[in-house]
Design a protein around this ligand. Structure first.
Ligand code: V07
Length: 252
């Protein structure tokens, strides 16, 4: 007889809820150390970027598994244009390569791809590849995989300020109305909750012009491991550390 089944179902659900307690919904990552990883191995810097791309997919899998809602990855900053042209050209081809290899798995995992940053200034071929990935995944309602591309925190604030000023100029808004919510809604991350957790790899402990406004209350997690060596276990550790910190706050 199967009469007792609903009882067992209820019990399992309760256990899962404890497991998922205090899970960070939005995780942002500064994927640093790709060039250093390559240098250590006697390889060109681009080999580090390529290896870093495979780690992106591994962490996406883990994020799906741990029920993370948003993963924001710093893939290319507004300052990265200063790098040697061959390296920039290589980086600008990675979105297409990534989509070519991993788009089917993104669809299977119900992942939606989006970007934040100055999209219009990217090379046409890069924009084309990204628009294709966005279009393909636009109806997926699982993890939001948000690439910060040609992104700078100060640039984000400036463009958000310009949008706000235009709303004032158009009479949609008065100066007195301007508050945190209005500024937040004019940033690239409009509609996305601020990150709960920021992870930075490779031992540097700086924000490097990443989400400056959005990280105001975010928990920070630093590891010496270089991005190409980052893995599910370290990702899980960062999440468990975050949960522990949250539990402590809850106890006060
Ligand atoms: C980039 C790989 C990860 C390590 C850090 C820098 C190099 C994935 C993308 C990407 C972006 C948009 C998109 C699909 C994939 C990417 C750049 C660099 C510029 F729609 N990795 N990755 N883009 N790296």
């Amino acid at each position: 007889m199967v009469i007792r089944l609903p009882f067992f179902r209820k019990k399992r659900k309760k256990l899962e809820r404890i497991e998922l307690d205090n899970t960070p919904e939005h995780i942002a990552i500064i994927m640093d150390g790709n060039g250093r990883w390559a240098k250590k191995k006697g390889l060109p810097r681009i080999a580090g970027h390529k290896e870093g791309m495979t780690v992106v997919q591994k962490i996406v899998r883990s994020a799906v598994k741990y029920d993370v809602k948003v993963l924001t990855l710093y893939a290319f900053s507004t300052e990265n244009w200063k790098r040697p042209k061959p390296e920039v050209d290589f980086l600008m081809r990675l979105p297409k390569e990534f989509s070519h290899i991993y788009l089917p798995e993104m669809m299977e995992n119900n992942v939606r791809i989006d970007t934040i940053g100055d999209f219009d200034s990217l090379p046409t071929h890069t924009k084309k590849a990204i628009n294709h990935a966005k279009e393909k995944t636009k109806n997926n309602d699982g993890l939001l995989l948000n690439f910060a591309l040609n992104y700078g925190g100060r640039y984000d604030i400036i463009q958000g300020m310009k949008k706000t000023l235009k709303q004032i100029e158009n009479g949609e808004l008065s100066v007195e109305d301007v508050d945190e919510e209005i500024i937040s809604n004019n940033l690239f991350t409009a509609g996305i909750n601020d990150p709960d957790l920021l992870i930075r790899t490779s031992g540097e402990e700086r924000l490097s012009n990443f989400l400056l406004w959005q990280l105001a209350y975010t928990e920070l997690s630093f590891t010496d491991v270089l991005w190409p060596d980052f893995n599910e276990e370290l990702f899980k550790k960062a999440i468990l550390d975050y949960k522990k910190r949250k539990r402590r706050y809850g106890g006060i």
